[in-house]
Design a binder for this molecule. Structure first.
Ligand code: HAM
Length: 425
């Protein structure tokens, strides 16, 4: 036997039953984003490597260790499979002058790629749904983004989530804080891991989101950015908290929340859950007021978030917070004998034209076998065509679930009955 191929490690196949749950979630998300006036954008999954190194930052986990980057051997271009889409979304907006008429609320959904160590909730190809509000300066949009995610959790019946917020201030605040942080970390140099030592002078803020438990106590007592906030950042953060409280959205202040990407400033936030083990963050975001300019656009403030769709689906499935409707045809068409096959073809098509989902038995099997298939398809009814039915220009409808009697009626009547049944289901 020929050797079988496997999907690339950390990259998941999505089989029909799961794909159905994905499509259901995607439809909910589209509707929800539309309700808030967000417009969809779709960008390529490949971008110039420089886009990510410049926006996410050279000294970050993503850029140092996790990007699928390669040189296109056909033209020598440096390309990267997108590890996230904020940079891509801003690139798209700058390239196409999307902000020319004014601020824009945009959203996207699709696969992202990071070469991380795969485990439950952490994959090398995963999917994000994200919203980016470009051109908005005030804390009202920060609040809107958090309120709308809270609304999504409610729509999906998810209760076990906590909103954590922080402000990492302006570039000037971070520069002040950086000096203090370096001085503090120098005192604890011997307790830092290799990565910490390496980042001590190049990007000390990143040390604060290290997951190394041995460094937790150093990080806990490190100088806090919130103590260095300038008036404007502090007022923005105060107003955000006021708006969240007015909207009835509980939150906790997490002074250690600094996010792992360099483009952030001011508000940062994460939605976490205790139900998904180590991968506890389902949604994350914040302000990135400098990114549009940094990527060549006219300066424009911005704020956004993205959540992992695998993590969200796992949370829905783990807590059974909503019932995802099963995918099954309305009817399954079976026939007795080869001579009735052409009529079965036409009948199935007539059912579809009437708006029903009708699957026609295909293959060699006998009648009993066909009925078994009909049953396992999940359809509510079998439509049967035999010689008698053809002769009398009728069809038989056999209920496959529950009680109900088989009836033989005209096709028009059958369509009426089946449509009625569907609206009652
Ligand atoms: P991030 O924190 O890197 O932020 O990722 C956002 C979310 O994507 C995470 O909270 C998690 O749910 C999901 N995620 C990340 N990596 C993986 C993975 N390897 N496997 C499964 N899920 C994963 C960003 O990407 C920013 N672009 C968010 C943002 C948008 N900030 C402003 N706008």
């Amino acid at each position: 036997m020929a050797e079988k191929f496997q999907a690339v490690r950390g990259m998941n196949d999505i089989l029909p039953e799961e794909a159905h749950a994905w499509a259901f979630l995607e439809a909910v998300l589209r509707h929800w984003l539309g309700q808030y006036g967000y417009l969809e954008v779709r960008s390529p999954i490949l971008e110039s490597t420089g886009l990510f190194t410049r926006s996410i930052g050279e000294v970050t986990d993503i850029v140092e260790k996790e990007m699928y980057s390669f040189v296109d051997r056909l033209n020598g271009e440096n390309l990267t499979l997108r590890p996230e889409a904020t940079a891509a979304c801003v690139r798209l907006a700058v390239q196409h002058n999307v902000l020319y008429p004014g601020p824009q609320r945009l959203w996207y959904m699709g696969p992202m790629f990071r070469h991380e160590r795969p485990q439950k909730g952490r994959y090398r190809q995963f999917h994000q749904c994200g919203a980016e509000a470009l051109g908005f300066a005030g804390p009202d949009i920060d609040a809107e983004l958090m309120v709308m995610t809270a609304r999504l959790w409610a729509l999906l019946g998810i209760k076990e989530v906590t909103l954590e917020i922080n402000s990492i201030g302006s570039a000037a605040c971070r520069a002040r804080h950086r000096e203090k942080l370096i001085a503090y970390l120098e005192l604890h140099r011997s307790e830092l891991d290799d990565e910490g030592v390496r980042r001590l002078h190049s990007n000390p803020l990143r040390i604060l989101d290290s997951k190394n438990p041995a460094m937790a106590h150093i990080i806990e007592s490190a100088p806090r950015l919130t103590d260095d906030l300038d008036d404007e950042s502090a007022q923005h953060f105060e107003r955000l908290q006021f708006l969240l409280s007015s909207a009835g959205i509980p939150f906790v202040l997490n002074h250690r929340l600094v996010r792992g990407l360099d483009y952030y400033n001011g508000t940062v936030f994460e939605w976490t859950t205790p139900l998904l083990g180590a991968q506890s963050t389902i949604c994350a975001g914040g302000r990135y007021d400098g990114l549009v300019e940094q990527l060549g656009g006219k300066p424009a403030p911005a704020c956004g978030f993205a959540f992992g769709m695998e993590r969200l689906l796992a949370l829905i499935q783990e807590t059974q917070s909503i019932t995802i409707p099963v995918s099954a045809p309305d009817v399954y068409v079976v026939y007795q004998g080869e001579d009735t096959q052409p009529a079965a073809f036409l009948t199935a098509d007539a059912l579809r034209q009437a708006g029903l989902a009708a699957v026609l038995y295909c293959g060699e099997g006998g009648f009993k076998n066909q009925l078994k298939r009909a049953d396992s398809s999940g359809a509510g009814y079998a439509v049967i065509l035999g010689e008698d039915e053809i002769r009398n220009q009728t069809v038989s409808i056999k209920p496959l679930r529950g009680q109900g009697q088989q009836q033989t009626v005209s096709l028009t009547h059958a369509i009426q009955l089946l449509k009625q049944e569907r609206t009652h289901a």
